[in-house]
Write a protein that binds this ligand. Structure first.
Ligand code: ASP
Length: 327
């Protein structure tokens, strides 16, 4: 049994300020700071990939890590752990989940309190992540976020607080398991969704521009005009169950005739409705105008999914069918 650990930076690795920036711990430093890790008796194969704030990660960088992780599995690793900043962790976990082809667990974690503070949470999170990564119970669950002794499915997890160590939550479903007294306890096993076909290449991602537009009160929609000339796709984070001001409905309908436009909710939990409201700009009106229903998928994850599907030239029916898995 062994775990491949890939480190990408973030708060978990911050060792204080230096004259020219932030001192970072390596994966070996991180592992050495977790006493229980040695007791686990599972060798860690550490690869330090990046030492950056997670705001600087890219889809291509994460897909490269997935490729390296696949190689680690093919040479015998039981599971994968990635440490990174928490700011983008919900998105990277979702991207990994889309493309991870193995039954072996792929676990992402980080920390909210850096190692120079009292009670840093990184060591406990890393230990729990390693325990999940080598647990047979965590197989066939795709990418998981392990944080604060909770296990979250990538498709539902969100960062819900800017500073709390309990920041990761799955508002629609709750955690799918817990780490209790060093035991991995899985409470529900959501079926794996169909992944996306192949990985998007760097140049294709670069060329695929997908905008995310959040509707706000008294919205003039100015940024939407001409968007189909510069972007290949659009995700709309609408009010409530998928609503926009009436004046924006035809604008979005026109865009949907030229590029895929995906409808999500800006609320943070719950699904887009289909048949409850019928005024201009309501969910049923927008779906009739050709917008794609993202169901329970949140706006940030919907943008990643749409960009990946477009960058792999997925035909429109398959694109809608992929989003339909989240209904
Ligand atoms: N700003 C940090 C990052 O995402 C926050 C963290 O690691 O928790 O890199």
């Amino acid at each position: 049994m062994s775990v491949a650990l890939f480190t990408l930076g973030g708060t978990i690795s911050m060792a204080g300020r230096t004259a020219d920036g932030v001192a970072r711990l390596t994966g070996a430093d991180l592992a050495d700071a977790v006493p229980g890790l040695a007791a686990l008796g599972v060798p860690l194969d550490v690869q330090d990939v990046e030492a950056v704030p997670s705001a600087n990660l890219t889809m291509t960088k994460i897909l490269d890590v997935v490729d390296a992780a696949s190689k680690a599995i093919s040479t015998g690793a039981t599971g994968i752990v990635v440490t990174q900043g928490t700011d983008t962790l919900e998105e990277t976990a979702f991207l990994v989940d889309l493309v991870w082809p193995h039954a072996n667990p792929f676990v992402l974690t980080g920390a909210m309190r850096n190692p120079t503070l009292a009670s840093p949470d990184g060591p406990a999170n890393l230990l729990a992540a390693a325990q999940v990564a080598c647990s047979p119970a965590a197989r066939d669950l795709g990418a998981l976020v392990v944080f604060n002794d909770q296990i979250h499915a990538a498709r539902w997890v969100r960062k819900t607080h800017s500073t709390s160590t309990a920041t990761f939550a799955s508002p629609n479903a709750g955690p799918i398991g817990h780490v209790v007294e060093d035991r991995v306890r899985i409470l529900s096993r959501p079926p794996r969704l169909d992944g996306v076909p192949g990985r998007a290449e760097a140049a294709a991602l670069e060329a695929t521009k997908v905008a995310l537009y959040t509707i706000t009160l008294d919205d003039d929609g100015l940024l939407l005009h001409g968007l189909a000339d510069t972007h290949q796709g659009l995700v709309v984070a609408g009010y409530g169950a998928g609503h926009v001001p009436s004046a924006l409905a035809p604008v979005l309908g026109d865009l949907a005739e030229r590029i895929p436009v995906v409808l999500t909710s800006r609320t943070g939990a719950g699904s887009i409705l289909r048949n409850t409201y019928s005024s201009i700009g309501s969910e049923s009106d927008l779906l009739n105008r050709g917008l794609i229903d993202a169901g329970f998928l949140d706006p940030h994850k919907a943008r990643l999914l749409l960009r990946h599907l477009l960058a792999t030239s997925t035909p429109q029916p398959d694109l809608s069918a992929t989003f339909a898995q989240h209904h």
